[in-house]
Design a protein around this ligand. Structure first.
Ligand SMILES: [Zn+2]
Length: 161
């Protein structure tokens, strides 16, 4: 699967919820997304990044593959941390993004079972990053206007290199 990159307008759209019980394509979609993620050495991927406007994310943390449909972050720690983040849709750069240290994420498995993930550190960061994609939010949108300008310049240089 081709991964769309900024400034593709599809990345700015809001994805729609899925119904695992009535979506026969879901399992195949998750499989192809995981393959694309691993092929690009990513730790996470959201369906809009492959042009599918469905609320589905996959990620791999500590050698375990997770797929969550309709993920909702129901709790966020007040404590945050700033760390460098990359994105397969913004290749070539990393930017410092502030995220909650720990979160609770609720959603559905591809089988339609309820999933509750208590995540911290890297997993919490990845879930927050991938959930952002479902609302059309990129790491560039998490920066101050000044930092964003610098990041876009670096991104355009990386693309033309
Ligand atoms: Zn991303």
């Amino acid at each position: 699967m081709e991964i769309l990159i900024h400034p593709n307008p599809v990345l700015k759209d809001t994805a729609v919820p899925v119904d695992p019980a009535h979506d026969p394509d879901l399992r195949g979609l998750v499989k192809r997304m995981a393959e694309a993620m691993y092929a690009h050495d990513g730790v996470g991927l959201a369906a809009p990044q492959v042009g599918i406007q469905k609320r589905v994310i996959v990620f791999d943390v500590d050698d375990a593959l997770y797929a969550v449909c309709n993920p909702v972050i129901t709790e966020r720690s007040a404590q945050t941390v700033v760390d460098d983040e990359g994105c397969l849709s913004v290749p070539g750069i990393t930017v410092p993004v502030e995220r909650s240290v720990s979160i609770v994420c609720e959603g559905l498995s591809v089988d339609g079972k309820r999933v509750v993930l208590e995540a911290s550190d890297l997993m919490a960061r990845v879930i927050q990053h991938e959930s952002d994609h479902l609302d059309g939010v990129l790491i560039l949108d998490r920066l101050s206007p000044e930092d964003r300008k610098v990041a876009i310049r670096a991104y355009n240089e990386a693309l033309s290199a």
